[in-house]
Structure formats: structure tokens, C-alpha cells
Design a protein around this ligand. Structure first.
Ligand code: FES
Ligand code: FES
Length: 163
């Protein structure tokens, strides 16, 4: 049986490098735990690994948290959108704002984490790479063209910052 990140959060696991408290509240939606941990970014969408709304990073790799069994999460460390930076200053977050990507916003935390995973693997992704990776996640508002621009902007900033 698989559990979403909301149940993973109920375990004592490292999140953003710190150990999360354990929870005795009833299982609920991501927002339930988001409220508890003040981590409201990660969204619970399809729950079956298709939409990408629940995407977080593990060792820099984008993963779909709804597909992690709680029993498999013990001892692993995950980063949610809140862990990217304390002040939305991560190049992807800055690029997202600069390109005015978000519309309703629901998918965007997962999209940004997906983009971070892509940029970790490819410092200068092509349009085709971006479209292939990002179209694997669902944005009902159709912000894909702006996401592509934002990823290219973030990639350029990240490359410029490299020594
Ligand atoms: S909620 Fe995890 S992929 Fe949709
Ligand atoms: S911005 Fe609305 S679903 Fe992506």
C-alpha cells in the first residue's frame, strides 16, 4: 500500500535537514500536515503518480512523493518547495516570478521542483528536453510556454553563478 507525503510527514524523517516531529493526528490531506508544519507548497493531486503536483526532491532528484510508501521513507531526506530557499531566492523561484509563470498556481510547486531536478542533470536544457520533462506533469492552466522560458532563465543564472 502506498501513502502520500502527508503520511510520510507523520513519521520522524529528515525534512530540509531537520527531523520532523511525529504526528498523532488522523490521516488527512496534504494541507492538513502543511498547516501543521507550515509547509503548504506540496500539493496532493492524483495520488497515483501521474500529475506531478506532489513532486519533491530527494538528493536533488525530483520524485513523486505520493508514490513513496511511509515505511520506505524512514531515514531518507526530502526537500519541498519551502526548502529551496528561505526567501524565494532560488534561481528557479526567481525565474518563475520574472516570467510570471503561475496562473492558478496549484501545479507550480511541483513544476518548480521538477525543473530543479532537470537543471541538476542538464545545465543547458534544450526546448525538447524541457518540453519532454515538464509535459510529464499536468498544468491545467497551460503554463508550459512560460515554464520553458523560466527554466532557460534559471539555467542561465545558475551557469553564470558557477565558478
Ligand atoms: S499527487 Fe503525486 S503524482 Fe499526482
Ligand atoms: S497554473 Fe494552474 S494548474 Fe498549473
Amino acid at each position: 500500500m502506498r501513502f502520500g507525503i502527508e503520511r510520510v510527514f507523520r513519521r520522524i524523517i529528515p525534512l530540509h535537514g531537520e527531523r520532523c516531529p511525529s504526528f498523532d493526528r488522523r490521516p488527512g490531506a496534504v494541507g492538513d500536515n502543511g498547516d501543521t508544519l507550515s509547509l503548504t507548497g506540496t500539493k496532493f493531486g492524483c495520488g497515483v503518480g501521474v500529475c506531478g503536483a506532489c513532486t519533491v526532491l530527494e538528493n536533488g532528484k525530483a520524485i513523486r512523493s505520493c508514490q513513496i510508501a511511509a515505511r520506505d521513507a524512514n531515514g531518507r531526506s526530502f526537500t519541498t518547495i519551502e526548502g529551496l530557499s528561505p526567501d524565494a531566492s532560488h534561481p528557479c523561484q526567481r525565474a518563475w516570478l520574472a516570467e510570471d509563470v503561475a496562473q492558478c498556481g496549484f501545479c507550480q510547486p511541483g513544476m518548480i521542483m521538477t525543473a530543479c531536478g532537470l537543471l541538476r542533470e542538464h545545465s543547458e536544457p534544450t526546448d525538447e528536453m524541457i518540453d519532454t520533462v515538464m509535459s510529464d506533469s499536468v498544468c491545467r492552466c497551460g503554463t508550459y510556454p512560460r515554464m520553458r522560458k523560466a527554466i532557460k532563465r534559471a539555467a542561465a543564472e545558475m551557469r553564470a553563478k558557477k565558478p
